[in-house]
Design a protein around this ligand. Structure first.
Ligand SMILES: C[S@@+](CC[C@H](N)C(=O)[O-])C[C@H]1O[C@@H](n2cnc3c(N)ncnc32)[C@H](O)[C@@H]1O
Length: 233
């Protein structure tokens, strides 16, 4: 049986996982960063605490911390069960057990929940959804998208992926997306057509190895960059 979730769920990774998934350098971490689809990850809160320049956007942010907290506890039970039933679909070097995954993620999400209300007031958590974002051209140097685009290729079609990545490239000079596999760890059906479209639109695409692999065969990110001004849609 493959690892399946009924729909996109609130589940958040740790700061260290973000650094590995996107091969983030100290210079990257000092740039203006957009985390798109960050959900309840701790990346924003931790980076802001280190004087980073970070904004996250996600439709989840229309809810209160307490509403998000209760959805997280429903999700944790489902994910723990799915992981335990499908251990052979994952690489157990970063984590050595299902319990370690759940503990790391629950601790990251608790850090998010503690930061969320003040971060929202400070404008670091914005309720917004791809494929249209409420940011000016070039508002960011780097946009990161973890575990949303490509992972949910069955739920979101090629057109959605193309519009979303063009939009991310409008607001940020460089876009990094991880992983490039679907929920069952097969390569995303949209990856090659998306790259062809983006290249014909004048964007540069590169698939880059990263030092993070949890789903088997997933240790690659897509880097989309533009040279010069924002291409016209
Ligand atoms: C599996 S979670 C990943 C969370 C985080 N990026 C991480 O890796 O820990 C996917 C996130 O995508 C968000 N999402 C769903 N639809 C979206 C959209 N149209 N635009 C942006 N984010 C969306 C969900 O609310 C959810 O928080």
């Amino acid at each position: 049986m493959t690892f399946q979730l009924d729909s996109v769920v609130p589940w958040g990774r740790s700061f260290d996982e973000y650094v590995s998934m996107f091969s983030l350098t100290d210079t990257d971490l000092q740039s203006r960063i957009l985390g798109c689809g960050d959900g309840p990850a701790s990346f924003n809160g931790i980076l802001a605490g280190r004087n980073g320049n970070i904004v996250s956007c996600d439709p989840l942010y229309r809810f209160s911390a307490e509403e998000i907290r209760s959805r997280i506890s429903d999700t944790a039970a489902t994910i723990g069960r799915e992981l335990a039933e499908n251990t052979d679909e994952f690489v157990w070097t970063h984590f050595d057990s299902v319990e370690a995954v759940i503990e790391t993620r629950m601790s990251a999400m608790e850090q998010f929940l503690l930061d969320f209300s003040s971060g929202k007031r400070a404008g670091r958590y914005i309720d917004a959804s791809l494929p249209q974002l409420p940011f000016l051209d070039d508002a960011f140097d780097l946009a990161l998208c973890s575990h949303f685009l490509f992972l949910y290729s069955e739920q979101h079609d090629l057109g959605f992926h193309v519009r979303s990545i063009r939009e991310l490239s409008r607001v940020a000079a460089e876009v990094r997306i991880f992983p490039l596999v679907e929920l069952d760890a097969t390569p995303s059906r949209h990856l090659q057509p998306v790259i062809s479209d983006l290249e014909s639109f004048g964007l540069q695409c590169e698939i880059v190895r990263v030092p993070y692999e949890f789903q088997i065969g997933s240790a690659r990110m897509l880097v989309v960059s533009r040279v010069g001004s924002v291409p016209n849609a």
